[in-house]
Design a protein around this ligand. Sequence first.
Ligand code: FES
Length: 152
Amino acid sequence: ELQPVALTINGQAYHLDLDPRMSLLDVLRERLHLSGTKKGCNQGACGACTVLLGDRRINACLTLAIMHDGAAITTIEGVADGDGLHPLQAAFIAHDAFQCGYCTPGQILSGIGCIAEGHAGSDDEVRAWMSGNVCRCGAYPGIVAAIAEVAK
Ligand code: FES
């Protein structure tokens, strides 16, 4: 049975009737066509699906959309300020913090959360708190450098 769910995504209000078994990730991608949030493992191991719930990072594949009725979610589509990149997006470009780019939306949201949560005081701390976001291209040095620079 479908359930009514209200979500605010990137500042826009959505009223949806959802299968209660749908993950937040599938709602973002399949229902709202916000395909910037990526599906890697679909089981909480890769971080490609990271979004922000308020200021806090969550793996959108591990949570049901109906659990977030009334919540505010930020995806990669919502981090830029109009045509102006978010500072962390600009820093990723400056530091060559991606190669294929598949993990990048999750890396950026996780990095924004890492900074907002106060866990970006040193490169080691950034590495520890970003350990849930996997990059198969091995762009980790650039990712850490970009986050550490914006956190300063
Ligand atoms: Fe969610 Fe991998 S797709 S952690």
